[in-house]
Design a protein around this ligand. Structure first.
Ligand SMILES: Cc1cc2nc3c(=O)[nH]c(=O)nc-3n(C[C@H](O)[C@H](O)[C@H](O)COP(=O)(O)OP(=O)(O)OC[C@H]3O[C@@H](n4cnc5c(N)ncnc54)[C@H](O)[C@@H]3O)c2cc1C
Length: 399
């Protein structure tokens, strides 16, 4: 009984959107276990960031590996086929597993959207804003073609609408000369966007104001996190280090290059081009400009912005979104950005593991590998991670 009464000492590795959200939720869910430390090599910059003359925060001094500082960030759902869909049976085993991963992520995203929208309404200072989402697809897959107006897409009350053939025809008239690049499917819905620097700093502040402790340190492995809580009687490590910090053959990084411009767009808009490239505009709330993107390069370790990619992205934005600016020279570029998405094949690793140290079995709860979806899955993933922390902290829990 005595062991049950003594609080756990929780150490969360990572101060990205997943670690910060998880740490805040742990404080809320386990008020008797308030002894929570975040250890990370990088934190959101708590001091005001360097600003240019128009008050747009410039990119923070963060490494490309600190993904949360480089995200757009918007919530763009990824549709999936359910087993009841007539086309599901013709998919290979690998494709069916991918569809069920997307189905799980859909539930995490819906739970996250509920929380993000609530924060946007009640705390606009978080840097979250509810906004229309628009998508144009030049080569729509079966998952999109199966959707109908009124379906639950981004959240329960998102007003999802498939854009009609007549509207698409009108859109395509703007680019009649380029038949190969015509829109074939499009939709509109309500979603949210995040000013990532403001939001992560807000989460960190919330964690500190609830009695959380932070330690800045680069770790070589998960076990080293225990060194920041040397007196802990019942330690639990929560691994939200983005890339995992543990040997995991499923982990890869996906390089993303984007451009922040001062021009402010009005809706978060994505175009999936027939050649497999993407063009998107993600407005940053609180007058933070617009992020123009972007690339998705698996395993590309280049941390500098490539001039030829910048040119392609800006040209593509002019072509795809003619109502934004009519010429590349109209963009007021603030910064070129490069970040690494911590992508795990098969989806995030949210599971319990253990570390045997000095004869003791210490629970490790993993929560890493969010890829390009860390913001939009954050609250749903944190709920799952918290459940595993509660379960593994119980005496006699089977690890
Ligand atoms: C260009 C780009 C655009 C994106 N757009 C979106 C978007 O629109 N919507 C969306 O939802 N997501 C988007 N993402 C993805 C999103 O940024 C990531 O999924 C998310 O940031 C992952 O968060 P995380 O907390 O898991 O990892 P990270 O943000 O990478 O944080 C990892 C933390 O762990 C710490 N850490 C790592 N290794 C160590 C170590 N050895 N020792 C100590 N500490 C360590 C780091 O210091 C950091 O604090 C985008 C990403 C990029 C690059």
């Amino acid at each position: 009984m005595a062991a049950e009464a003594s609080p756990w000492d929780l150490v969360v590795i990572g101060s990205g959107v997943i670690g910060l959200t998880t740490a805040c939720l742990l404080q809320q869910r386990l008020p008797e276990h308030t002894n929570i430390t975040i250890v990370a090599s990088e934190f959101p910059n708590p001091s005001p960031m360097t600003q240019d003359s128009s008050n747009i925060p410039l990119a923070p001094a963060a490494s490309s590996g600190y993904a949360s500082m480089w995200a757009g960030a918007h919530y763009r759902p990824i549709p999936y086929l359910s087993p009841s869909n007539s086309q599901y049976g013709s998919l290979s085993g690998t494709q069916q597993r991918f569809q069920s991963q997307l189905a799980c992520e859909h539930h995490l995203a819906i739970r996250t959207a509920k929380m993000m929208k609530q924060l946007a309404r009640e705390h606009p200072e978080t840097g979250i804003e509810i906004m229309p989402g628009v998508e144009y697809l030049e080569n729509p897959p079966a998952e999109n073609l199966a959707l109908e107006t009124g379906d639950v897409y981004a959240s329960l009350d998102d007003g999802f609408r498939v854009i009609t053939a007549t509207e698409i025809e009108a859109l395509n008239k703007r680019a009649e000369h380029d038949i190969g690049r015509q829109i074939k499917w499009a939709c509109k819905y309500e979603t949210y966007v995040v000013n990532v620097h403001v939001y992560c700093a807000w989460l960190l502040q919330r964690f500190l104001s609830q009695g959380g402790r932070v330690v800045q340190r680069r770790l070589h492995n998960v076990g080293e996190a225990l060194q920041v809580i040397p007196e802990a009687a019942r330690p639990i490590v929560v691994n939200c280090s983005g890339v995992g910090l543990t040997p995991d053959p499923k982990m890869k990084i996906i390089r993303g290059q984007t451009i922040l411009v001062r021009n402010q767009y009005h809706s978060t808009t994505t175009r999936q081009c027939a050649d497999g490239t993407w063009s998107f505009l993600i407005p940053r709330p609180l007058g933070g400009g617009t992020v123009i993107g972007g690339t998705k390069q698996v395993g590309d370790l280049e941390t500098s912005a490539r001039p030829e990619e910048r040119k392609r992205l800006l040209d593509s934005a002019v072509r795809c979104f003619p109502d934004f600016v009519s010429d590349v020279k109209d963009f007021e570029v603030v910064s070129d950005n490069v970040g690494r998405r911590p992508w795990r094949e098969g989806g995030m690793r949210i599971e319990v593991d253990e570390l045997v140290q000095g004869g003791a079995r210490i629970p490790i709860v993993h929560g890493y590998g969010a890829g390009g979806r860390g913001y939009e899955l954050s609250w749903g993933a944190a709920e799952e991670i918290c459940k595993l922390v509660e379960k593994s902290g119980k005496p006699h829990a089977r690890l």
